[in-house]
Design a protein around this ligand. Structure first.
Ligand SMILES: *Cc1c(COP(=O)(O)O)cnc(C)c1O
Length: 429
């Protein structure tokens, strides 16, 4: 074996340069429980990233884990294509009873391949098939995945640059609050669609996140979302809400759009839908738009049987009554208050997002990155988002005990203080 084989880690030696999060957080992680994750040296970190909102119920929830172990030890189905299985039935029944029916939603559930991007692809295809139109309206700072269909709807130029082909069929419009001041971007969209010389082809769908997760925690106002829903209807387009990151309780309610008075034609879900961090994606579609033929949107892994087991537990454990929602309201306030303290430390900084999807725009990607790196050294895992990575973003598991939230924020604020005092010292020299 060449000498440097021993000193260069297996990751640097063999894992593709496409790896990302591990560069800023190079520990080798070994175990995790709840809101804490431990590396192979025994150092424990508080997790304010939660698999980018794929672990909303924390790591290794004991009830989900027990159900999964039980399923496996009894030789339950591990892979079933899209055959009927008892686990799929149990999940669908729980989802119908605790999520869809109480919210008056008549949507059908379509399982896609297990990534969010695959659900977005399916949603875009359905809208195009239903309307016979090609154009889809998506918004500035929207993130919808990186396969080419979903990527065409994604705004980020770094990700778009990786396509290696032209990305067509999407018209970009300004999201709520994109322009400073009072510009109503919903009225702007309406004017562009109405004017016969607006140059925007009639849309098959309008696709949006109510809170833009990767795009910097821009939260659309309920009035704006409602107006966009009306515009979709007026202009004969389907309304697709991408709830992959903002859903599953992240905004304080199961869906991010609850209490906004809108019923999306299609909702895409992934990330935390399995509850356990297992790959699973699906879309909810109004029955009249459920028009794909059998296997027209195909996939070997449509529905992950192990994920059905844990997703059912998640729905029953957290969403059968409103106790969890009440807890989330209190935690949202705690997060808001702690982040207000952080924002007060940085001139010009301000709060972003809502619910348990909040952060602080500190005005500079370098500063946000430095604060997150310092926090990591001191035992807190936290990431940035936004067009310049300038937003420090808190995505703690929704189940994080308040004491652990406070501990995490203590590390974060100390890190900010540290970084700010060194930068002012350097500036003064
Ligand atoms: C993460 C994400 C996606 C893509 O999901 P993948 O599983 O990474 O393909 C799509 N939309 C939103 C809003 C997301 O946050």
């Amino acid at each position: 074996m060449p000498k440097d084989m021993n000193t260069v880690s297996i990751f640097e030696r063999r894992e593709s340069e496409a790896r990302s999060y591990c560069r800023g957080m190079p520990a080798t992680f070994a175990t995790a429980r709840g809101s804490e994750i431990t590396d192979d040296t025994g150092k424990t970190y508080i997790d304010f990233l939660a698999g980018c909102s794929s672990l909303n119920y924390g790591h290794n929830d004991p009830d989900m884990k027990a159900a999964l172990i039980e399923h496996i030890s009894h030789d339950g189905i591990a892979h079933g294509l899209d055959l009927h299985t008892n686990t799929k039935a149990a999940f669908l029944e729980a989802f119908e009873e605790h999520i869809l029916e109480p919210r008056g939603m008549d949507h059908r559930v379509m399982f896609t391949g297990p990534t969010g991007a695959n659900a977005v692809e399916a949603a875009m295809k359905i809208a195009r098939k239903v309307t016979g139109r090609t154009n889809i309206i998506a918004f500035t700072n929207g993130f919808h995945g990186v396969t080419s269909g979903a990527l065409s709807a994604t705004g980020n130029s770094y990700h778009r640059g990786g396509a290696g082909t032209s990305l067509n069929g999407v018209t970009r419009m300004p999201f709520d609050g994109f322009f400073p001041g009072e510009t109503d971007t919903a009225e702007f969209l309406d004017a562009m669609l109405k004017d016969k010389s607006g140059g925007v082809d009639a849309p098959a769908a309008i696709l949006l996140e109510t809170v833009q997760g990767e795009g910097g925690l821009n939260a659309a106002s309920p009035e704006w979302v409602k107006r966009i829903a009306e515009l979709a209807k007026e202009h004969g387009a389907l309304l697709i809400i991408d709830d992959i990151q903002a859903g599953c309780g992240r905004c304080g309610t199961f869906f991010s759009f609850e209490k906004m008075g809108v019923t999306p034609d299609i909702v895409t879900m992934a990330k935390s839908v399995s509850g356990f961090g297992l790959p699973m994606a699906m879309l909810l579609v109004r029955p009249e738009f459920d028009i794909f033929g059998p296997a027209e949107h195909n996939g070997t892994f449509r529905g992950n049987t192990h994920a059905f087991v844990t997703a059912k537990v998640a729905v029953e454990k957290f969403w059968a009554d409103d106790a969890f929602e009440k807890e989330l309201a209190e935690k949202s306030q705690l997060i808001h208050d702690a982040l207000a303290d952080l924002a007060a430390m940085v001139p010009g900084a301000y709060l972003k997002g809502r619910g348990l999807m909040q952060g602080v725009d500190v005005g500079s990607g370098d500063l946000a990155g430095d604060i997150c790196s310092r926090a990591y050294e001191n035992g807190l895992i936290i990431e940035t988002s936004g067009s310049e990575d300038q937003v420090i973003k808190v995505l703690a598991p929704l189940t994080t005990p308040k004491d652990t939230l406070r501990k995490g924020f203590k590390i974060l604020l100390a890190a900010a203080e540290d970084v700010l005092s060194t930068t002012t010292k350097i500036a003064a020299e």
